[in-house]
Design a protein around this ligand. Sequence first.
Ligand code: HEC
Length: 114
Amino acid sequence: MKRWMLALMLATAAVAADRKNLPWERPTTRLLHGQDLYREHCVVCHDIEGKTTKKPGPSLHHLFKNPKLPLSVGKPSREYVEVKIKFGGDFMPPFVKRMNDAEIGALVDYLETK
Ligand code: HEC
């Protein structure tokens, strides 16, 4: 292979890595995957940026950073949140048939960063 071909390949890869904002070229990291899942399944009912919310569910802002869950007495734990996502609640739908364990794991990783 000629040297210029290698240089061209490296340059193309660098440009591709740089353009993060185009959805079809976004690097599919775990957290971005989690964010996509949040937007697909949760954002209709849960805000994540601020404490106050007009949506039916409590805000998930600082879900894991607060000492308590917004509606439950318990300390936030991954297990609790994963069970909640899988089986829902009185007003929250279950997602066990719409996401697999790996997807729920990526989603909870994302929630932990907020
Ligand atoms: C149709 C609206 C709706 C959708 C969609 C929804 N939720 Fe909920 N969620 C609620 C409501 C309402 C509550 C509180 C009452 C209840 O538990 O049913 C709740 C409660 C919760 C709780 C428990 C809070 C606590 O203090 O115990 C968590 C965590 C949660 N939701 C996360 C999620 C995540 C993550 C998703 C996306 C996979 C999601 N929810 C999708 C409506 C929704």
